[in-house]
Structure formats: structure tokens, C-alpha cells
Design a binder for this molecule. Sequence first.
Ligand code: 0O2
Length: 224
Amino acid sequence: FPMNQLKQFQNEITRFLMMYKFALDAMETKIEILVEEFQFLHEYNPIEHTKSRLKSPESILNKLYRKGGNVSFPSIREHIKDIAGLRITCSFVSDIYAIRDMLKSQGDLVIVDEKDYIKQPKPNGYQSLHLIVDVPVYMSDRQERVCVEIQIRTIAMDFWASLEHKIYYKFNQDKQGVPRRLLEELKEAAQAASALDRQMERLHKEIEEIKEDQISEDKLKRII
Ligand code: 0O2
């Protein structure tokens, strides 16, 4: 490659990835605003933590190759929707859907795809709600729309997914190499995580009801 062409190519990649970084920044700000308001209204924070990441050029190219796309920016945009990824870990399952609905009602966002692995877990037990959101990005000379993948899950689902990910790393990502017994136990663990989520949700609802009863009792006392 002549030096000037290489430089131009590097600049184009950097500019391309910057768009995704800006989309992630915009999404993170949106989430912060939603949480602040939610906290004011409901007196608790529905989000335990968020984590964002940009896919590296190397794994973008690997995925592009797997999907049979050609190496061009339009092809990358078409085939790879998770260059920008945001993972939101919630306290309760109902919070996951509350956040999904809040995002759905935002006029400038378009939900391009939704995969509900909570209602229908993957065969290995994986659970999460996945959204592909089309986000507007305002640059100095133009407006672009880019996709951000949002994974929303509970702490229990996140705990399971990170352990499962580590196990595959230990086996060098060779899915055939993991012993069957281990896979079965992992699936059982996912079911246990799901049962724990249901129990916590029930407790959370009971506590909310007690809180509401106390508030109305206090109001009544003040009136009488
Ligand atoms: P990374 O490093 O997290 O980005 P796609 O290949 O994305 O076009 P697919 O496979 O239908 O289509 O996407 P899906 O099902 O929405 O899942 C994509 C992402 O979800 C993965 O990203 C993981 O982050 C997560 N995920 C999906 N299934 C599993 C699972 O069984 N276990 C764990 N631990 N995570 C999972 P990447 O690109 O694989 O990796």
C-alpha cells in the first residue's frame, strides 16, 4: 500500500467507528436520564450497572467473513448490527421490560429487532432481552443513523452468562469440547437463576405493596 492510501484508509475506519462510539454515548445518556426520572418516581434504581463496548476491527472482519459479506462499509453496516453494544443489568425482570418500553416510546429511536431470550431461552439456557436500536448521530456535516445492540438482563442472568462465557474460554471456544454433563449442569444453573429471579420479583412486589399500604394508612391518619 502507498503511504497516503494507507493513511486515508485508517482515517476512514476511525471515522466509521467514531459514529458508533457517538451512538453509544447518546444511548448511555438516554439511559442515565431514564434512570434518574425512574428513581424519582419509584424511589429505587432499576439498573444495577451498564457496560458498553465497541467491536474491534479484527472481530468486525471475522464476523463479516463468517456472514459472507464483502469488505466495504455498506456491507459491514448491513451485516453487523452489534459494532456498538450496550449491556444493561437490571434488578428485576419487570425492570427489563420497563426499560424496553421506555426506549420504544422515544420518537428518535427505531427498534429494528427484538429477541426475547427470557420468554424463550436459548437451548443452552441463555436468557436476556436483545434489542437492535437505530440511533440518530449528529456529525459536523451530516446526520447518520447507526445500530446499537442493547442486551438487557438481570443480575442472575448476567452472572450465568459471564460464567458460561468463561467456561468456553477455558475450552478454547470449542463448543464440541465441553463435556455433556457440564452443559447439562449449566442449563440447570440457568433454570435456577430464573427461579431466583421469579422469587425476587415476587418479594419486590410484596414490599412495594406494603410500602403503598403504609403510605395510604399515613394519609388516612393525617385526615382523621
Ligand atoms: P460479544 O463478544 O459479546 O459481542 P449475530 O451473530 O449477532 O448476528 P445472533 O447470534 O442471533 O446474531 O445474535 P444474538 O443471539 O442476538 O446474540 C449475540 C450476543 O448475545 C453475543 O455476542 C453474546 O454477547 C450474547 N450471547 C448470545 N448467546 C449467548 C450465550 O449462549 N452465552 C453467552 N454468554 N452470551 C450469549 P457475540 O458476538 O457472540 O460476542
